[in-house]
Design a protein around this ligand. Structure first.
Ligand code: GLU
Length: 295
């Protein structure tokens, strides 16, 4: 059953006047009536990123294209997943039709450069908020908190947790926090990096590496798509906190506040939960939305 969230904001008159948000929550059955809410449009200040994007009627969003549940290219080429729905919620709050989102594939290592050079307006891509990244970009959120975990072949018995990584070849992605964690904490393991997690999974199924590490929810998506061959170590036990943020240009404080306001509104009006339940929530339990950090 496909579950989609269509959130459209129709601006009446000029930017900054009253708008109507239509929340169409399609659970799949004809009996499901779309919820319709009327809200005040944000009063976008002249010259702000919000005014620019809203006037353009389009937004460039970077996300993953190979990660089940969060951002994975669909049959028409556009990505689907929880991060994608978060992107649509942001677009909707700017009065941008989801059809007018320009999606770009961002891999872990190019997220900061894509933001810094303006190739994307925001990144929503299982993107952990870290102090190091905050030196070059800013973050709204978090809108979800994951944690690093391990995935092995279904018949593997000797890797039972991070304490059993010594002498093992561990795959992760270049420029990711899980790769850095292995370098910092497991010098007795051999880290092998790839550009994407799907390439890590291929290396695991080929026998090129012993284990793949990244966020539990990313690994859960891969296990879900190939349960015969893959499994989470210790039921997906986590050993770090990975707060997912929306990356944006450093110093754009008004836009960051707007993104945080939009996330909080989505917590309140049910659209965050709807986005989760239609995507990652088909496999994972529904969490409480985390408090946004207006640093
Ligand atoms: N959340 C971690 C990070 O931002 C791992 C997932 C990813 O690489 O996208 O580095």
């Amino acid at each position: 059953m496909s579950s989609s969230l269509n959130r459209r904001l129709f601006l009446t008159g000029t930017v900054g006047t009253v708008a109507t948000v239509t929340l169409a929550a399609c659970g799949g059955g004809a009996e499901d009536e779309p919820a319709v809410a009327e809200v005040e449009a944000a009063d976008f200040p002249e010259g702000s990123t919000m005014a620019r994007l809203s006037e353009a009627g389009s937004i460039k969003i970077g996300t993953k294209f190979d990660q089940p549940l969060f951002g994975q290219a669909g049959p028409d080429g556009d990505p689907v997943g929880f991060d994608v729905e978060i992107g649509k919620i942001i677009a909707g709050a700017l009065g941008i039709d989801p059809k007018n989102i320009e999606w770009s594939e961002t891999v872990s290592a190019n997220r900061e450069p894509f933001i810094e050079n303006g190739q994307v307006d925001i990144v929503v891509a299982t993107y952990s908020i870290t102090d190091t990244r905050k030196e070059v970009v800013d973050f709204a959120g978090p809108y979800y908190v994951a944690g690093q975990a391990l995935m092995v072949l279904a018949d593997n018995e000797d890797i039972t947790g991070e304490d059993s990584l010594a002498g093992k070849t561990v795959a992760s992605v270049e420029g990711s926090t899980p790769a850095q964690y292995i370098l910092d904490n497991h010098p007795d393991a051999t880290l092998q990096t790839f550009d994407t997690y799907s390439n890590c999974v291929t290396a695991l199924t080929n026998g090129q590496v012993d284990v793949v590490t990244t966020d539990n929810v990313i690994l859960a998506g891969f296990v879900e798509s190939d349960p015969e061959n893959l499994k989470l170590v210790n039921e997906g036990e986590t050993f770090t906190e990975e707060p997912y943020g929306i990356g944006l240009a450093k110093g754009d404080d008004d836009f960051r506040a707007f993104l945080n306001d939009t996330l909080e509104a989505a917590y309140e009006d049910g659209s965050w939960a709807e986005a989760w339940e239609g995507t990652a929530g088909t496999v994972l339990p529904t969490p409480e939305p985390p408090a946004v950090d207006r640093y």
